[in-house]
Ligand binder design. Structure first.
Ligand SMILES: [Zn+2]
Length: 270
């Protein structure tokens, strides 16, 4: 009787051990660094992209010091282009080229040097895109600064995306125009494409940025991931401060990731 009991106890203990091992294996798989877990369960992911660095803009240091991984979009050919890109890279953020592109409306002076205009020749567009990539150290991707006109132009976008492909860069469609041809041309060219879901700071106020962060929260609850764009500049301190306060709450259910962590896996070699 006693022997049976102890054998039963031993079996029970063994089962407990097996179950515990299985549970801890599952937990470590879920908390691992991989974006796509093998079991298909996904962790909610938020990618914060900060546009308009490179011109010593307000809020730059505060953004780079946020306790989360960011993607930082740096404009080429400006006074702090290299400095900002280097600082972001050193802090472990993703760096992308923030390519100035022609808008339907707006002053040319908002675009900065060597902007992509729809009046330029194929050769000139290619040259400007190549120069821009070369000017921003550590760039792994690209997105558009303004560009409601240029991103609706198939000829222009085919050249921009082809150069990105040649240099191994992905593209983030900021979605400044509902007429954007980027999804169509990116599929033709065969380049990884990501899309902005929520603009954080169209209006420079804490109330507005807080409201947009609630939109981010709702989006990620529904779709498991959200790409959101904020800016340095006139509202840079408001955006960075509001974002900093919201991080602990957002981190309860989501993980902050860099854009490269959201890229689809590379297609298998044939
Ligand atoms: Zn911009």
């Amino acid at each position: 009787m006693r022997a049976n009991q102890s054998r039963f106890g031993y079996k029970l203990a063994l089962w407990a051990l097996i179950l515990m091992a299985a549970a801890s294996g599952k937990a470590s798989a879920q908390s691992g660094d991989s974006v796509h877990s093998e079991s298909g369960t996904s962790v909610r992911q938020i990618a914060v992209v900060i546009d308009d660095l490179g011109n010593n803009m307000k809020g730059t240091a505060q953004m780079l010091d946020l306790p989360i991984k960011l993607t930082v979009a740096v404009m080429p050919f400006l006074p702090t282009t290299r400095k900002d890109a280097e600082a972001a890279f050193q802090k472990g953020h993703d760096v992308i080229v923030h390519l100035p592109m022609e808008p339907v409306r707006g002053k040319p002076s908002w675009l900065g040097p060597n902007a992509i205009l729809t009046t330029l020749s194929d050769e000139e567009i290619r040259k400007r895109v190549e120069m821009a990539i070369q000017d921003v150290p550590h760039a792994v991707g690209m997105n558009n600064h303004m560009g409601s006109k240029a991103t609706a132009d198939e000829r222009v976008m085919r050249i921009v995306l082809q150069v990105c492909k040649e240099k191994g860069l992905f593209f983030l469609d900021s979605r400044t125009s509902y007429k954007s041809v980027i999804p169509k041309v990116a599929a033709e060219v065969g380049i990884p494409l990501l899309r902005n879901d929520v603009f954080l700071d169209d209006v420079y106020s804490t109330q507005h940025v807080s409201k947009q962060l609630r939109v981010v929260r709702e989006h990620v609850d529904k779709h498991e991931r959200c790409i959101t764009i904020g800016h340095v500049g006139p509202g840079g301190l408001i955006t960075s401060g509001t974002l900093r306060s919201a991080i602990p709450e957002l981190e309860r259910t989501s993980r902050f990731v860099r854009l490269t962590q959201l890229l689809p896996p590379l297609p298998a070699q044939r």
